[in-house]
Design a protein around this ligand. Structure first.
Ligand SMILES: *Cc1c(COP(=O)(O)O)cnc(C)c1O
Length: 378
């Protein structure tokens, strides 16, 4: 029996709600289920405005348009992240200035941002890696001092907190993902969160292909027009209906994931000399998006992946530093981002999904690590 890295979990209500959406007869976006999902997030997490999108990538693209990124504007973000974090801003003409991660966590190192700020800097994009909060007080203070926007790539950070504040509620804007690899899913799906009111009206327009169609539907104008740039960022009601089933199960899903995560952590404490284990700072909560360990060398990490595979367990590495990617290499300013590179080479993610059992962790996955540690590299 293989243990996959991820297995999308269905609560059983998804098809029921999709049938309901079909029966209502409005399948395009912004219907009953879309509004129901958005209201849930606004009420539970105190977001000023939540707008479902077709992906987190879409939400990031909307964020770049909303803060009016122009040719030559500089945007600071970690190099150890998904391509969409950078693409959204590159497509609007921004110059990306990649920052290093911190030594104890793949998140952006807040102490290394100040040196990167210039007259042209417009925004800091933070990525809450594995759903663990970045050092937000220091980042917000820096942004306020220099009049910068803060955008949270909260793709992995649903139901996660910084000093008790929900992630996604702290920056001017935030982007979430409901891709099948995240905690709650819609196949493909995402959400833009707006915490600064002044962006709401334009966001509605951008999401509706640059038209003021939302105002028209609300009866505020008698015909709708093309008024701005925009695209088709709105998901269909089918996606929202699926997501609603997941939302209803969010507490159960989170509880299960956190319990599995803790099982890993407690068992792996015995190997804290061999692997760097995840650090959750005092200020952060754990939404158990991912369980990872960091090997001492790339070679160890790659051997461990192979060893897992030989035991039918799929464990996977994660991002390759974006400053070294084929697309960006000749655009990078040459700074060495040592920690980002180390996480690229040495980080390994272990299977973590709702239907994984505690026994699979304790009887199969952990003993595999034990054998590896005894036999190999160390
Ligand atoms: C998953 C992810 C994305 C992209 O999400 P999509 O919904 O697939 O567009 C962006 N950033 C981070 C950090 C992610 O983990």
């Amino acid at each position: 029996m293989q243990i996959p890295f991820n297995k999308p979990y269905l609560t059983g209500k998804e098809i029921t709600y999709i049938q309901e959406a079909a029966a209502i007869g409005k399948l395009s976006g912004d219907g009953v289920f879309t509004k129901r999902c958005e209201r849930f997030f606004e009420e539970k997490y105190g977001f000023k405005k939540s707008m479902l999108t077709s992906s987190c990538t879409d939400a990031l693209e909307m964020a770049a348009i909303l803060i009016n990124i122009q040719e030559g504007d500089e945007v600071i973000m970690p190099s150890f992240t998904f391509v969409s974090t950078a693409n959204a801003f590159i497509m609007r003409g921004a110059k990306i200035v990649f920052a290093d991660s911190s030594a104890e966590h793949p998140n952006i190192d807040a102490t290394k941002i100040a040196n990167l700020i210039t007259r042209n800097t417009k925004a800091i994009v933070v990525v809450h890696y594995a759903g663990v909060a970045c050092d937000m007080d220091n980042i917000i203070a820096l942004a306020n001092n220099h009049n910068l926007f803060v955008i949270e790539d909260a793709a992995q950070a649903i139901d996660a907190y910084y000093k008790g504040k929900p992630l996604g509620s702290i920056g001017h804007l935030a982007a979430f993902s409901f891709h099948e690899t995240k905690n709650i899913i819609a196949g493909e799906g995402g959400m833009l969160v707006i915490n600064d009111e002044k962006f709401i009206e334009r966001a509605e327009i951008i999401r509706e292909k640059g038209t003021n169609r939302n105002k028209f539907y609300r009866g505020e104008i008698d015909k709708y027009n093309w008024v701005d740039i925009g695209s088709s960022f709105l998901p269909s009601e089918i996606t929202a209906a699926f997501l609603w089933a997941q939302i209803e199960a969010i507490d159960d899903i989170q509880q299960k994931r956190i319990s599995l995560w803790n099982t890993y952590y407690e068992a792996l404490l015995a190997y804290a000399d061999f692997f760097q284990l995840p650090v959750i700072h005092e200020y952060a909560s754990n939404n158990a998006h991912a369980f990872y360990l960091v090997c001492q060398q790339a070679e160890d990490r790659n051997q461990l992946i192979d060893f897992f595979r030989s035991k039918n367990i799929l464990a996977v590495f994660h991002y390759q530093s974006l400053h070294k990617s084929p697309y960006f290499l000749d655009k990078h300013d040459g700074r060495i981002l040592q920690e980002a590179d180390r996480y690229s080479q040495c980080l390994l993610r272990l299977p973590l999904f709702y239907e994984l059992s505690t026994e699979e962790i304790t009887h199969t996955i952990i003993p595999t690590i034990t054998t590896f540690v005894e036999q190999y590299a160390y």
